[in-house]
Design a protein around this ligand. Structure first.
Ligand code: NDP
Ligand code: DGY
Length: 315
């Protein structure tokens, strides 16, 4: 079992290894993690487990492999891990479709004010059909800007284009040949945010992208723009986002990721009607999570036996 999921593991030479399991959906307390990893050859972790020098030291010299049930690896101290010759497995590709689909759902829910509408039906706010009541913004004829046209960014762009998107801009460190498929135009971040009606963040969290979406960025966006983030919460300065949303500097935001997670229920962003927040469910389909779990287990076993991993992170 892994994170509460059943994993089908094909017979491999590593079958028969001793497994110490944290058998709960809730994150393992730090002290249990530090004790539990002692002497381990492999660690299977979730994105909620911070695997830093302390954990690696606690594991000791046996440690050969860390396998994370995620494509994001910002919770892993990659420098330390590399220094000690430990291999890392992760789960790219298999969650791309599910995450792109959720991003489109969140964008539409935010732009068309769906949670607000559902609430109005329940609380009696729906008095009659009114010409401008609960109006939002549509994708047809719009410009969409994707910050980080990686696997998920491209999959989001592919899904948005058929809604009648007129122009698709993307930013990143390098231009991408695969952007041609969606008529994507490589743009500076400044140009992307000032020309887009929808700004979608799908980059990885790195020292360079941490806090990238801040007051300066929001101040360049259109007042009618909708901002969506399904990458990592720390890419956004949440205080600046709150200010931009509450002052009407931008129209609305949809977030699947926040800092911290979970977001405290009294957080100011949760009081805003123009902010739709989901609990980090981008990859949450039964089938995707099952495939992720299987890949994660197979990465771990390959790391233990010293063979080629199905998905190894290049360190
Ligand atoms: P990829 O590695 O394929 O894509 C990451 C992209 O980030 C790359 O295209 C890279 O562009 C871009 N990037 C890096 N630095 C910058 C920068 N400074 N400015 C703009 N773009 C930048 O990863 P995936 O698409 O598979 O996943 C992306 C992220 O999505 C994950 O790291 C994870 O954090 C998040 N995620 C969230 C999920 C959820 O449940 N909400 C589910 C799955 C993933 P370049 O090549 O030009 O550097
Ligand atoms: C990831 O894989 O990085 C997501 O955040 C969860 O699937």
């Amino acid at each position: 079992r892994c994170g509460g999921l059943l994993v089908r593991v094909p017979p491999l030479p590593a079958a028969g290894c001793k497994v110490s399991l944290w058998d709960s959906d809730e994150p393992i307390p730090r002290t249990d993690l530090l004790q539990g990893v002692s002497g381990a050859h492999g660690i299977l972790c979730l994105l909620s487990d911070r695997i830093d020098a302390e954990v690696i030291n606690a594991a000791g010299p046996n440690l050969k492999v860390i396998s994370t049930l995620s494509v994001g690896f910002d919770h892993l101290a990659v420098g330390e891990i590399k220094k000690r010759g430990v291999r890392v497995g992760y789960t790219p590709d298999v969650l791309t479709d599910a995450t792109a689909e959720l991003t489109v759902a969140l964008l539409l829910a935010t732009a068309r004010r769906i949670p607000e509408g559902v609430e109005e039906v329940k609380n009696g706010g729906w008095s009659s059909w009114k010409p401008l009541w609960l109006c939002g913004y549509g994708l047809s004829g719009s410009t969409v800007g994707v910050i980080g046209l990686g696997r998920i960014g491209l999959a989001i762009a592919r899904r948005l284009k058929p809604f009648g998107v007129k122009r698709l801009l993307y930013s990143g460190r390098t231009s991408k040949p695969q952007a041609a498929e969606v008529d994507g135009e490589f743009a500076s971040l400044d140009r992307l945010v000032s020309e887009s009606d929808f700004v979608v963040v799908s980059c990885s969290l790195t020292p360079e992208t941490q806090g990238l979406c801040d007051k300066a960025l929001f101040s360049k966006m259109k007042k009618t723009a909708v901002f969506v983030n399904t990458s990592r919460g720390a890419v956004v300065n949440q205080e600046d986002l709150h200010e931009a949303l509450s002052s009407g500097r931008i129209a609305a935001a949809g977030l699947d990721v926040t800092t911290p997670e979970p977001l405290p229920t009294d957080h100011p962003l949760l009081k805003l009607k123009n902010c739709v927040i989901l609990p980090h469910i981008g990859s949450a389909t039964y089938s995707t999570r099952g495939i992720m779990a299987e890949l994660c287990a197979n990465n771990l076993l390959a790391g233990l036996t010293g063979s080629a991993m199905p998905s190894e992170l290049a360190l």
